[in-house]
Ligand binder design. Structure first.
Ligand SMILES: [Zn+2]
Length: 178
């Protein structure tokens, strides 16, 4: 790819050194092109070593994207040897923040299985993303104030009979998933 300046701007602090496309996957290799920062926020020019990390990225023009990223372990004046902080991926995550945000937008719309097929991310990983999302968006339930707990959706297609919700007490408080 002769000019990667535009694409590289998606991954702050890194530049594309190699890219490859097949019918089903775009592979992009990134190396650092700026000073490293410790998770504590302190910059460091002292590199201890480097390692390669494989990440899944959001799709580009409908094609799955995989990143091979060279990351640095640095010697921080305050913290010692630490893996550098990268603004677009969380520590130890195999998904970029952009892909996680995309999955979070799909979660209220599609079943896990369909999201998995669409993004190439394992079902269990999507479930974990959903757990983290729910922790943020679902308010704490005041369990001590609840009088009754009811479920507002039933799988009628699997033979489960709809209960008479109309008979529920007016002051019943419901708790459901978003
Ligand atoms: Zn530090």
């Amino acid at each position: 790819m002769p000019n990667n300046t535009f694409l590289s701007s998606f991954w702050e602090g890194f530049q594309i050194v190699k890219s490859h496309k097949t019918d089903s996957l775009i592979s992009i290799t990134l190396v650092p092109d700026s000073i490293a920062f410790c998770p504590c926020g302190r910059a460091s020019e002292s590199i201890h070593d480097t390692q390669w990390r494989t990440l899944k990225e959001a799709m580009i023009l409908g094609t799955l994207v995989e990143l091979l990223v060279q990351t640095r372990r640095i010697k921080c004046f305050s913290c010692g040897i630490k893996t550098e902080a990268i603004s677009w991926v969380k520590p130890y995550s195999r998904l970029t923040n952009r892909l996680i945000e995309y999955i979070e937008k799909l979660l209220p719309l599609l079943p896990f299985k369909h999201i998995s097929e669409l993004t190439g991310v394992h079902w269990h990983t999507i479930k974990e993303v959903d757990k983290q999302r729910l922790k943020r968006v679902v308010p704490d339930v005041p369990w001590s104030q609840l009088r009754q707990l009811v479920k507002d959706e039933f799988a009628i297609s699997r033979g489960i009979v709809m209960p008479q919700l109309s008979q529920m007490h007016k002051r019943t408080k419901c708790s459901g998933l978003v």
